[in-house]
Design a protein around this ligand. Sequence first.
Ligand code: GSH
Length: 217
Amino acid sequence: MSLILFESPLSSNAQKVRFLLAELELAYESREVAMFGVGTRTPEYLAINPFGLLPTLIDNDFVLTESNTILRYLAETKGGEELYPRSPKLRAGVDRMLDLLGCTMRPRIAPLERRRFANFPHGVRDADDERKIEGNVRTCLDGVEAILPPESVGGYACGPFSIADCAWAPTLRRLVEMELDLSEYPKIVNWVQQLLMRPAWQRSKGPDLDLRAWVEQ
Ligand SMILES: N[C@@H](CCC(=O)N[C@@H](CS)C(=O)NCC(=O)O)C(=O)O
């Protein structure tokens, strides 16, 4: 079996996949591609991933893009079936968390990450602008807190640990790094604590990020 992951330590979407690979104890070859259009827009990388985005997984001769699709594929094919349940209602719960992350949370939190970590727009910090963006993130967190199951059924996104947790971990980590006040969200706080303590996350999360240093180079 040969797995190759095109990734970057700065990519939250690649972190999801690294986390699942670590949970499944799967060996893979890591190929680092520089982000922010540097390595991702080269003809060589575009030939592998025409969107110029990370991550890309190659499983022998099968090339797969889209991080959540990669999570589903690895769970289904590499021994992680219990992490992506078959029963339609349980599966829908996991899919909901994957879609919620990609379609609702990421578009809201990415502008805040860019301002806090990447010093974008350069040299300009606007407290009102950041408060407004944080408000959008909080509206989504209100909903997440409302739908998270009680701690007694497992404490993860859908109760037991699943690929939804692998997907959310890098974004939850950013919430902590941004020091967002999470005190109104006891279920989210418990979820973050459980998730970020997992040995596979500790092994795969990579170094703490200093995007500002990278961007200013
Ligand atoms: N929907 C895609 C989004 C991938 C994505 O936006 N990746 C970012 C890194 S997290 C990227 O490669 N950006 C291009 C770049 O930095 O050059 C997925 O989930 O895989």
